[in-house]
Unconditional design. Structure first.
Length: 263
């Protein structure tokens, strides 16, 4: 496991707080026809779609701007968005009033046990400095028997570590915790310890030119970053799909047992 630290404001301990994400998302688009098309073309969607039955109740734990909640509701799934930023939840309610939006944390999900058939969480559980164990236990609790969990975390590799060190050098800046990186084996073990049956853990999201790309991305205007990411997904990622050492993220697919006494 690798822990990434980033420049931090005086008086703060962690970078990953609601105010940080609210500022990051201020210039980013919410759900739209374009975001639906991007998700439908994403490599995660087929893996989820082939496993989740029609009308399955889905929780997006750490939904951010709600693109996946919007997409899933558009596809006929009653999806709920959970995020710890109240400002972001209010923004989502205005953008997608027909979806359900709830403010809360992934460590204490404000829903009863066995409420959902599937939990998705994209790049969220790694932002708890104490580790993702509490969140994974909550995912297990709110899932119905036979329920699925899909999570992504940053992949721990020599390339992702090098990319992080280029973007956030140690010298000359006060730094605070931002996130953990995990190997596939570490992520699989964490899910197993949370009582999930792990079906697959795989590197994904190829990172083009691991040393050069973070330099260019860091200097890009916020509005240009979306274009850079889109270009990578459409052109670069397919070319590098089988180069596991070049991947930036790790996807895990796991399931809760059909019958269990644990709550």
């Amino acid at each position: 496991m690798f822990t990434e630290y980033r420049p931090i404001e005086l008086g703060e301990r962690s970078v990953s707080i609601p105010r940080f994400w609210e500022g990051l998302w201020a210039q980013e688009p919410g759900p739209s026809k374009r975001s639906r098309e991007a998700i439908e073309a994403d490599e995660i969607w087929p893996a989820l779609h082939c496993r989740i039955p029609a009308r399955a109740r889905i929780l997006d734990a750490g939904c951010g701007l709600g693109q996946w909640v919007d997409f899933l509701n558009w596809k006929g799934y009653p999806a709920t968005g959970l995020d710890y930023s109240s400002q972001t939840i209010e923004r989502n309610r205005k953008a997608c009033p027909n979806a359900q939006w709830v403010c809360g944390t992934i460590q204490e999900i404000p829903f009863p046990s066995a409420e959902f058939d599937c939990v998705i969480s994209w790049g969220i559980i790694e932002h708890d400095e104490a580790g993702p164990q509490r969140a994974l236990r909550e995912f297990y609790r709110v899932l119905a028997p036979n329920g699925w969990v899909f999570v992504t975390v940053p992949l721990d590799s020599k390339w992702t570590r090098r990319s992080s060190q280029i973007q956030f050098p140690e010298a000359g800046q006060r730094r605070g915790f931002f996130q953990h990186f995990f190997t596939p084996d570490e992520l699989s073990k964490l899910l197993s310890e949370a009582q999930f049956t792990v079906e697959a853990v795989m590197p994904m999201c190829p990172m083009p030119l691991p040393v050069l790309f973070p330099r260019v991305y860091r200097l890009a205007h916020p509005l240009c970053k979306w274009k850079i990411e889109g270009l990578c997904k459409r052109i670069v990622n397919p070319l590098l799909r089988h180069r596991k050492e070049a991947c930036a993220m790790c996807l895990a697919i796991a399931r809760k047992a059909a019958s269990t006494s644990r709550t």
